[in-house]
Design a protein around this ligand. Structure first.
Ligand SMILES: Cc1cc2nc3c(=O)[nH]c(=O)nc-3n(C[C@H](O)[C@H](O)[C@H](O)COP(=O)(O)OP(=O)(O)OC[C@H]3O[C@@H](n4cnc5c(N)ncnc54)[C@H](O)[C@@H]3O)c2cc1C
Length: 463
């Protein structure tokens, strides 16, 4: 990893979007001295400690929903995601180790979540234990305050490689020898690069250039669910629901909704995600809105005392429509534009397995080392194809099971519903497959594919 031989010529790589995926990729690519990286971020800066800038008078925020209302929120990372961080660059793993929080009690570190009833169900009272799936040492997971993580990643990116207030609006490339992809930004500025990686999230512009803006598969899909996300100071949470539930990882299951809590910020804060189901299956208006107290109260009126107390403590809470992408998107690549999608722009999934950001990290692991192995810009398409060959099946699995997990946790999944015995049997199966992936073997598979494609290309040139 990271070696540069003299037979490599410089390659200019542009990264569109400085979220978890774009930042991780740029940090990984720094290890390859022939790769010149530039990140173009629509916001005036990476989201820093305390959240994204949120000043509606700032011109950079006009017509820019992606940088409005960034909520205070925690993010879970499974064992695969944590391994991916160090495989991208040891400094990411070290930074995450400094800021991550596991369960508050050592006795709970080897429990995925404690799943309990959040409401009375079939004569069983709220609070009844449903399942506490155990974790092997290799499956342990943790969480971080999202803004804190972005802040740590941003520190690992050289200032000179980042361009802010650069909202991509156009891409073009002609096939003349030596041509590059031209990027046009909303402020009228243009840049050129040998390869462009679209890390611009769920509402990606890059995806329109890959699939064509008219392709329905390019559009995010409302999953029928929404989430209220917020943070509660731990001392208030402990006073309300007691130390065991406040300081550890719990899911309160209910019919049509669930409430999930886990500690972040070294245990100083309890993260809350309360998921509900849209009655008419639609989501109106902005995809992130401020919470209305009457909405959350109506959604969880049948839930028991613990949930009522948790929800009453949520302030400054955002209300997110949960969208994902079709797992049937046929490709992540536009070969004519030398454009590739990474992270949510390629395969956004529902958040119910806490696996989306982890997939962006796995993408960054595979792609940084494949691009690093390119000898010149001529090899980039082989790297893109090799990346797709391992990443598409994997992310498709995560997308499908993330949706299904939302149905399971809301006790209305086909074939399971409110049957808690059946639920117990399937609750942690898919996530274990996600955690236990051999990421080094996946990279080796991609590297073998790239070598095969380059050999075929060389063969074709010689014949
Ligand atoms: C409610 C909820 C809870 C979640 N919880 C978890 C969890 O616990 N664990 C987990 O692993 N995942 C979780 N996720 C998913 C996770 O947040 C995403 O998968 C992850 O943030 C994707 O990272 P990304 O870098 O691909 O995209 P983003 O984080 O969306 O970053 C995209 C970046 O691109 C920029 N951008 C957008 N358009 C342009 C443009 N045209 N030009 C330039 N820049 C642009 C944006 O400003 C942004 O900085 C959750 C998601 C939701 C909605």
């Amino acid at each position: 990893m990271g070696s540069v031989s003299k037979d490599k010529t410089p390659i200019n790589v542009a990264i569109i979007g400085g979220g978890i995926g774009g930042l991780a990729l740029s940090i990984g690519l720094q290890q390859y001295s022939h790769i010149n990286v530039r990140i173009f971020e629509a916001a005036p800066r990476f989201f820093e400690l305390g959240g994204k800038p949120n000043n509606p008078k700032d011109p950079a925020h006009q017509n820019n929903p992606a940088i409005d209302l960034d909520p205070p929120a925690g993010v879970l990372f499974g064992a695969n995601a944590i391994r991916a961080m160090s495989l991208i660059h040891p400094a990411i793993g070290e930074a995450y180790a400094r800021i991550s929080t596991t369960a508050g009690w050592p006795s709970k570190e080897s429990t995925y979540f404690d799943f309990i009833l959040g409401q009375d169900l079939d004569g069983q009272p709220a609070g009844t234990p449903v399942a506490s799936p155990p974790l092997s040492a290799a499956e342990r997971h943790s969480a971080a305050h999202r803004a804190r993580l972005i802040d740590e990643l941003a520190r690992l990116v050289p200032e000179a490689s980042a361009e802010f207030s650069k909202r991509l609006v156009g891409l073009a490339r002609d096939e003349a020898p030596g041509a590059r992809t031209r990027m046009a930004f909303a402020d009228g500025v243009t840049y050129e690069a040998d390869a462009v990686i679209g890390c611009d999230g769920l509402r990606s512009v890059c995806r329109d250039f890959v699939l064509g803006g008219d392709d329905p598969l390019a559009r995010p899909v409302f999953t029928g669910k929404y989430a209220y996300r917020g943070l509660v100071p731990m001392h208030k949470a402990v006073a309300a629901i007691g130390p065991e539930k406040a300081r550890n990882r719990y899911v309160f299951l209910g019919s049509g909704g669930h409430v999930l809590v886990f500690p972040v910020a070294g245990g100083a804060v309890m993260n809350v995600v309360a998921v509900g189901t849209a009655k008419d299956g639609t989501w109106q208006g902005s995809w992130i809105k401020p919470m209305k107290r009457e909405d959350i109260e109506a959604d969880f009126k049948d839930f028991g005392e613990d949930c009522q107390k948790i929800l009453s403590l949520m302030e400054n809470t955002s209300h997110w429509g949960i969208y994902d992408l079709s797992p049937d998107i046929p490709t992540f690549t536009s070969a004519p534009l030398r454009l590739l999608l990474l992270g949510d722009s390629a395969h956004a999934c529902a958040p119910h397995l806490g696996a989306g950001a982890g997939q962006a990290l796995e993408d960054a692991h595979v792609l940084s080392h494949l691009l690093g192995a390119c000898r010149s810009a001529d090899d980039v398409l082989a790297a893109f194809a090799a990346y797709e060959s391992v990443r598409r099946p994997r992310t498709r699995f995560v997308q499908c099971h993330s949706r299904r997990q939302g149905e399971l946790l809301d006790l209305h999944a086909d074939g399971v519903g409110e049957d808690l015995h059946a639920l117990r049997a399937v609750l942690s199966g898919p996530i274990r497959e996600i955690w236990n992936c051999d990421l080094e073997a996946e990279l080796a598979k991609a590297q073998a594919k790239m070598a095969e494609l380059l050999a075929e290309g060389g063969e074709a040139e010689r014949s």
